[in-house]
Design a protein around this ligand. Structure first.
Ligand SMILES: O=C(O)c1ccccc1NCC(=O)[C@H](O)[C@H](O)COP(=O)(O)O
Length: 390
């Protein structure tokens, strides 16, 4: 696994007597051969299985310790790749734990450091609950009835050659943490149809309910209404299960955020998308994330977010900065489609990111706020880009 090379060796010590604790915690018949999911819910489940008065069984202690270590290990790998977002609130080690992580956990806060981390902690809990209700095997069966996948990247390329402008991914978004409610009178199907009429190549549909007032039902409703634009499921993906879920709800593409996911997760999830025929938009915000993502052979579709998701600061110069020099050359050589995301309001903004090298743009606020989103699209590009126009 990547990131292991920089895994620090830290002395392990504890005030508790090591031998007796290990003696009860580990079951030699099972050793280290078990594989564990890193879900926090299973830690909670294992804790619930114990009665407070009972001495926990060795297998349960072992399970808790492995789960916890696995989660700590994930954080270590992520941190070694510059990822500051933690997957879940840090908890102290389970009872009877003896090992290196305990030493490193001192002074860790258990309140989220920023909005992105808060969203991720919420997702971790939400996904664990959803998975219990619909495990992967039944989700995979549901895919037989899912609407067919459409070619997301192909639609952007076609729009770019048709108009000579970046292909538009128009965002169906009611609210956001940085901007609050963007549109009170929010009818996702009506908005999607208006975007399509206005010449959008693809749509991005917010699925998160708590922070964006979105839903998977919006995505299904848009598909059921006959909208032909391929759909990006705009969700905070932390587990492969969510990709299958998005597909079952009609998604043609998903978003992976490099600020949240280690390289190995990006590789693995990109492969799953490929297997399902879906596109994977990998989002970056700074040079380090861009370099990590360019190091992943499977990546063919990159979004540059002009919004810093930790501070909400928006600067469209970010797109230009990340496409300069060697990075831009590499992107052109590999024919990677780049999407300029966030903070785009005017034809000049579109011209600026196009000049920087993007073939597509992802736009929410400036068009969703218009009383007529179809006209909003024309206003954004400074001309009619609908199918009728060209
Ligand atoms: O927009 C936010 O407040 C936000 C906060 C935390 C995570 C993600 C967030 N936004 C996602 C996006 O970046 C935008 O929805 C998308 O790029 C469109 O941006 P805009 O055109 O500026 O609405």
């Amino acid at each position: 696994m990547e990131g292991l090379a920089s895994f620090r060796a830290v002395p392990s010590f504890t005030s508790r007597p090591r031998s007796s604790i290990l003696g009860t915690a580990l079951n030699p018949r099972r050793g280290n051969s078990l594989s564990f999911s890193s879900s926090s819910s299973s830690i909670v489940r294992a804790q619930q299985m114990e009665s407070k008065d009972d001495e926990p069984e060795p297998e349960k202690i072992e399970l808790k310790i492995k789960e916890w270590e696995n989660s700590m290990y994930h954080n270590e790998v992520a941190a070694s790749q510059g990822i500051r977002i933690r997957r879940r609130p840090p908890t102290g080690p389970p009872l009877h734990y003896v090992g290196p992580f305990e030493f490193r956990l001192q002074n860790e806060g258990n309140t989220p450091r920023n909005i992105l981390e808060e969203i991720i902690w919420h997702k971790d809990t939400q996904v664990a609950q959803l998975k219990e209700r619909q495990p992967l095997y039944s989700l995979k069966k549901a895919l037989d009835n899912a609407p067919p996948v459409r070619d997301f990247i192909g639609a952007l390329r076609a729009a770019n050659s048709r108009t000579g402008l970046p292909g538009l991914i128009a965002e169906v978004k009611k609210a956001s943490p940085s901007r609050g409610v963007l549109r009170e009178n929010f009818d996702p199907v009506e908005i999607a149809q208006a975007y399509e009429k206005g010449g959008a190549a693809c749509l991005s549909v917010l699925a998160d309910e708590k922070f964006f007032q979105g839903s998977y039902d919006n995505m299904l409703a848009i598909r059921d209404a006959g909208v032909k634009c391929p759909l990006l499921c705009k969700e905070f993906i932390i587990e492969a299960w969510q990709i299958y879920y998005a597909r079952s709800k009609g998604a043609d593409a998903i978003l992976l955020i490099a600020a949240v996911l280690p390289d190995l997760d990006i590789k693995y999830m990109t492969k799953i998308c490929k297997m399902l025929g879906m596109a994977t938009l990998v989002e970056v915000h700074d040079e380090r994330e861009m370099d990590r993502v360019l190091g992943i052979e499977e990546v063919e579709f990159i979004g540059i977010n002009n919004r810093n998701l930790e501070t909400f600061e928006v600067d469209i110069g970010n797109t230009k900065k990340l496409l300069e020099g060697k990075r831009g050359e590499e992107i052109r050589k590999r024919d990677i489609i780049v999407v300029g995301e966030s903070g785009l309001f005017t034809p000049d903004d579109i011209a600026y990111v196009q000049e920087a090298g993007v073939k597509a743009v992802l736009v929410g606020e400036s068009i969703v706020k218009q009383s007529d989103p179809e006209k909003g699209v024309a206003g954004l590009f400074g001309k009619d880009i609908s199918l009728q126009s060209v």
